[in-house]
Design a protein around this ligand. Structure first.
Ligand code: FCB
Length: 461
């Protein structure tokens, strides 16, 4: 590990280095300036839904402190920021009138980023459906996909020329399976069949939004890169038994291929469809043509691998590098394995790692947080990423999750993912050791590649 830190891998000169956040996790201001409630506002009020009984009412108060937060990004020398828009802030009930005050907030955020030379990478949907649409059936209703496309078109009309990229969805696997499959996330439904139908409507909404956004871009002559962000993992069998191998293949089909096949090949994977049996989704004629259209980029969020054991009880993963505060196995090689496999299976557009990072205890000691384990986590995943690039995968950027400690969904505020510590009582931000490391790492990359450029120029002359 020391070698990784002192002798880091070298990335391309135009590689994008950034940090990521999402609206509900940081903004707060839950009902400010005309914002409507989202399913997460509602879910947080269900007793027992959130471990520490918290909610997103204030969160990191980013709505009022975005200038300071953008300064933190700039101070690390980063030139890219991935964030999401709260749909119910700009369209309080998810259909009908737009809320100008909501759009104004994002306009101010974009101004602040532009003033510091930071590219804006927007995600339209990071799980916070307007409650108004949930009241009409949410993602179980096909019409929600049409409302989503209208929202995507409006955002593109207003901001398309100011955005480096627009992702339709963040991790639709989670929206479907945790929101509708096991009730861990909003809207808190536990119904296997519903989860699968929802995943189809999410994919459909992605396709409709892509078409709508492309039309707007053409009309206005703007060209943000358009794509989607998927959480993915490689699925490793615990042993070489036939049962474990079969389980791993099924897990990969139900999670990764379930989204990748429709997006890149225009159908669902046969293995998963068969396993879903009577829960297979209703697909209308023409749906796959809508879903399967060229992407300018694919966002991959990687945190851990799937470890597949058919034994009862299942064999735990070896976790040779330990586990994070979430209990997730630290397994950087899984990122290489996953990307090489995707590259072999699909004609990939440029890939961005849109999230990667870890939760740790991060105690503030004498005003400082020495999160060595996070530095090692990021460094080892960057080395794994470089190995995938060397293996032929076209990776264009990396966004560390997350800029700030924030509301970690059903875990509340107890799990800290930030490279900047947030003291929620005072809202004081304190960069952790990892923030300084990331700043130095990125500076080192720039210095090295500038050196290369100059050297190439020397040779040319
Ligand atoms: C991902 C989510 C993100 C954050 C990280 C830890 O699944 O996209 O919002 O919660 O996990």
């Amino acid at each position: 590990m020391t070698d990784l830190l002192t002798n880091p891998p070298r990335f391309a000169a135009d590689f994008t280095w950034g940090v990521a956040t999402s609206a509900f996790q940081i903004e707060g201001a839950a009902s400010a300036d005309g914002k409507g409630p989202s399913i997460w506002d509602t879910f947080c009020r269900q007793s027992g839904a959130i471990t520490d009984d918290s909610n997103g009412d204030i969160a990191c108060d980013h709505y009022h402190r975005f200038e300071e937060d953008v300064d933190l990004i700039a101070a690390m020398g980063l030139r890219a920021y991935r964030f999401s828009m709260a749909w119910s802030r700009v369209q309080p009930s998810g259909s009908g009138p737009w809320n100008e005050a909501g759009f104004d907030f994002y306009a101010r955020l974009l101004d602040a980023l532009a003033a510091r030379g930071i590219e804006a990478h927007l995600t339209l949907y990071h799980w916070d459906l307007p409650q108004g649409l949930q009241d009409q059936g949410g993602w179980l209703e096909r019409t929600t996909a049409c409302h989503f496309a209208d929202y995507a078109a409006e955002v593109t009309r207003r901001f398309g020329h100011r955005l480096a990229s627009i992702a339709t969805h963040n991790e639709p696997w989670c929206s479907a399976n945790l929101g509708y499959g096991n009730a861990q996330f909003a809207p808190g439904v536990a119904d296997a069949g519903a989860a699968i139908q929802v995943s189809h409507h999410l994919l459909l909404s992605h396709g409709l939004a892509m078409t709508a956004m492309r039309a707007v871009c053409k009309q206005l002559g703007c060209s943000p890169k358009l794509g989607i962000v998927l959480n993915q993992w490689c699925a490793d069998p615990a042993t070489d038994s036939a049962a474990d191998i079969a389980l791993a293949a099924l897990e990969y089909a139900r999670s990764v291929e379930w989204f990748m096949d429709p997006l890149f090949k225009g159908h669902y994977p046969a293995l998963a469809l068969q396993a879903h049996g009577e829960h297979a989704p209703q697909v209308a004629d023409g749906d796959f043509a809508i879903i399967c259209q060229p992407l300018d980029f694919l966002g991959v969020n990687y945190y851990f691998r799937a470890w597949c054991s058919a034994a009862i009880p299942p064999l735990p993963p070896p976790a040779l590098l330990g586990r994070t505060a979430m209990g997730w196995e630290i397994y950087p090689q899984g990122l290489t394995e996953l990307l090489l496999k995707l590259h072999q299976q699909y004609a990939l557009p440029p890939v961005y790692i849109t999230e990667n990072g870890m939760a740790s205890a991060d105690l503030l000691r004498h005003g400082a947080i020495d999160d060595v384990e996070r530095i090692e986590f990021v460094a080892s995943h960057l080395a794994a990423l470089k190995a995938a690039i060397d293996g032929g995968v076209n990776v264009a950027g990396y966004f560390l999750w997350s800029l700030l400690d924030n509301f970690e969904w059903n875990s509340g505020y107890a799990k800290r993912f930030g490279i900047v510590h947030v003291d929620y009582a005072s809202q004081r931000r304190t960069p952790k050791a990892s923030a300084r490391w990331y700043r130095d790492f990125v500076a080192q990359q720039r210095a090295a590649t500038n050196g290369e450029d100059n050297h190439e120029n020397d040779e040319n002359h």
